[in-house]
Design a protein around this ligand. Structure first.
Ligand SMILES: Nc1nc2c(ncn2[C@@H]2O[C@H](COP(=O)(O)OP(=O)(O)O)[C@@H](O)[C@H]2O)c(=O)[nH]1
Ligand SMILES: [Mg+2]
Length: 197
C-alpha cells in the first residue's frame, strides 16, 4: 500500500457550512481528550502538523474534513464531546451540529467511535453508539491509548464493548506505539470502498 495522505480541506462551524461532496465519508467521534487529534496525526504519519494535540481539552468546536489520497474520500473529525468544563450552550451547539452531520450526510459510511481502552463503557459513549445504531450507521469502535492497557484489561474491555456492539469487533490503537494503524486503515478503506453503503 502507498502511504496515505490527509489534507484538511473544509472546516464547518455551522450547519450551513457542512460540506456535501459526492464521495464517501468516515467520521471520527470521541470524548474530548480520548486521543483523537493524536490518532489523526498518527494515521497521517505526521506529528502535530495536522490536528492540534491539546493540553487544554474541549477546544475543537468545528467539523474538519480531511481529504484522503489515494482514494479521494473524506475522514471527518467531529468535535470532541463530554468536556466537563464546557458550558451548557456550547454542549447544545455540539450536539446539534453533530446530529445534523450524522443524519444529513448521505455519503457517510460509518463512524469510528474512539474509546479510552482503560475505561469501562461510559454512559456518554454508549449514548453515541446507540444513536449511530438507531441511524443505521455502522460503528467502528477504536480503543485508544492501548499502550496503557494490560492484556487482562483488554480482554475485559473487549468483552464489555462486544456485549454492547454485537458484531463490531473493537480495534486497539496507540498513537505512541503505532499499534492498530494498519488495521484502522484497512477498516477505513473497506468502509469507503465503492459499492452500496
Ligand atoms: N498513552 C497515550 N496517550 C495518548 C495517546 N494518544 C494521545 N494521548 C494523550 O492524550 C492527551 C489528549 O490527546 P489528544 O490527541 O489531544 O486528544 P483529543 O482531545 O481527543 O484530540 C494528550 O496528553 C496526549 O498526549 C496514546 O496513544 N497513548
Ligand atoms: Mg483534539
Amino acid at each position: 500500500m502507498p502511504p496515505m495522505t490527509l489534507t484538511l480541506e473544509t472546516t464547518a462551524y455551522t450547519e450551513d457550512q457542512l460540506a456535501h461532496k459526492d464521495v464517501p465519508q468516515i467520521a471520527l467521534a470521541g470524548r474530548s481528550n480520548v486521543g483523537k487529534s493524536s490518532l489523526i496525526n498518527t494515521i497521517a504519519g505526521r506529528r502535530r502538523t495536522l490536528a492540534k494535540v491539546s493540553a487544554t481539552p474541549g477546544k475543537t468546536r468545528s467539523i474538519n474534513y480531511y481529504r484522503v489520497e489515494p482514494g479521494g474520500f473524506f475522514i471527518v473529525d467531529l468535535p470532541g464531546y463530554g468536556y466537563a468544563k464546557c458550558s451548557k450552550s456550547e454542549r447544545a451547539k455540539w450536539a446539534k451540529l453533530t446530529q445534523t452531520y450524522l443524519t444529513r450526510t448521505p455519503e457517510l459510511r460509518g463512524v469510528a467511535v474512539l474509546l479510552d481502552c482503560r475505561l469501562e463503557p461510559q454512559r456518554i459513549d454508549i449514548d453515541l453508539v446507540d444513536y449511530c445504531r438507531s441511524q443505521k450507521l455502522p460503528v467502528l469502535p477504536v480503543l485508544t491509548k492501548a499502550d496503557k492497557c494490560k492484556q487482562r484489561d483488554r480482554a475485559r474491555t473487549r468483552k464489555a464493548w462486544s456485549l454492547l456492539l454485537g458484531d463490531a469487533a473493537p480495534l486497539f490503537f496507540s498513537s505512541f506505539t503505532g499499534e492498530g494503524v494498519d488495521e484502522l486503515w484497512d477498516a477505513i478503506r473497506e468502509a469507503t470502498a465503492d459499492g452500496p453503503a
